[in-house]
Design a protein around this ligand. Structure first.
Ligand SMILES: [Zn+2]
Length: 317
């Protein structure tokens, strides 16, 4: 069974799934998108998210994994109760650790996740279905090492799947999580298509690096689609084709990593961290644009089905 915001569902009801999105304009967005303005709980923002989710459902999306970690659970519940798309919420930590968290021991990181796994997000009874953990630099800060180790220990205790923000330093992250005792088959590394994850590697070396991550048991998710200022269609297409040709479509998953953009008191658009011009984007594009495009560049239907549906069911089920 899989834990959604509204309760458990069988894994095979997840159907088409985006494994890495943001429904909440969490405070962390404001720290690196200084065009955005902080705000409190907003029904307008929720209603905007719900409208976007209805568009995504109409396009064929069934489940969305919300990996903001520390998002307001009241807001998630309000959205989930009105959304035709299943929402899976995250516990854990995003990449800008507070001063207090920078002094956490690995056990304190672990205990926060274990607490939310038992009592719900912020003790609300709204249960997380995934652990999110993020680090930012190739050379990990000491607290990032402790956060990864703590999250790995929490995975072992809770059995929850884990989403790792991996735009750089993936190998170190994986070693630390593995050393903490996590079940690596429950872990996925996001953003490995990112130019920053290349760390000087050629395309073929990056494909080897991605497949090595998969051979250590873990899944990988790409999100750099329909975002040409971040990555050209040719560049991400080449990575997808090569990973699939090597026989690893059963370990690759899809998403857009979009989030709500908040501009002048109104949620106007869908943005991701690279979308500094706040061009409008929607969650629906994964189904309306990306899936058909994968077919157009020669990816077989069975491989696309692995990536958009079956792999997430295995990982979360
Ligand atoms: Zn993200």
């Amino acid at each position: 069974m899989v834990r959604t915001v509204l309760g458990e569902i069988p894994a095979n009801q997840m159907c088409n799934t985006s494994v890495h999105e943001h429904l909440i304009t969490a405070e962390y967005f404001h720290t690196f998108l200084d065009k955005l303005e902080p705000h409190e709980f907003s029904q307008k923002e929720c209603d905007f998210a719900i409208a976007e989710l209805k568009l995504a459902k109409d396009a064929g999306m069934d489940t969305l994994i919300e990996v903001s970690a520390m998002a307001d659970p009241r807001q998630l519940k309000y959205i989930a109760e009105r959304s035709p798309v299943n929402i899976i919420a995250s516990t854990g930590f995003y990449k800008n650790f507070s001063k207090e968290q920078q002094n956490f021991t690995a056990e304190q990181f672990r205990d926060h996740i274990v607490y939310e796994n038992e009592k719900g997000l912020r003790g609300s009874g709204i249960m997380p279905g995934v652990i999110k953990i993020a680090t930012f630099m190739p050379k990990l800060h000491p607290w990032e090492v402790r956060a990864l180790f703590g999250a790995g220990m929490a995975q072992k205790i809770t059995g929850l799947p884990m989403c790792v923000h991996s735009a750089t330093g993936t190998r170190y992250q994986q070693y630390i999580i593995e050393a903490a005792g996590a079940n690596m088959e429950k872990v996925y590394f996001s953003h490995m298509e990112s130019p920053t994850d290349r760390e000087g590697r050629t395309v073929d070396m990056q494909v080897d690096y991605i497949i090595d991550t998969m051979e250590r048991g873990s899944y990988v998710s790409f999100n750099g689609f329909v975002a040409p200022e971040y990555l050209s269609p040719e560049a991400i297409g080449e990575l997808v084709i090569k990973v699939v040709e090597r026989g690893y479509s059963h370990m690759l998953m899809l998403s857009l990593d979009h989030g709500l953009g908040w501009k002048r008191e109104l949620a106007q658009t869908i943005a991701d961290a690279q979308n500094l011009n706040m061009n409008r984007r929607t969650f629906a594009k994964l189904m309306t644009d990306v899936v058909p495009w994968l077919g157009n560049i020669g990816i077989a239907d069975k491989d696309i089905k692995n990536m958009i549906s079956l792999n997430a069911q295995k990982l979360f089920g």
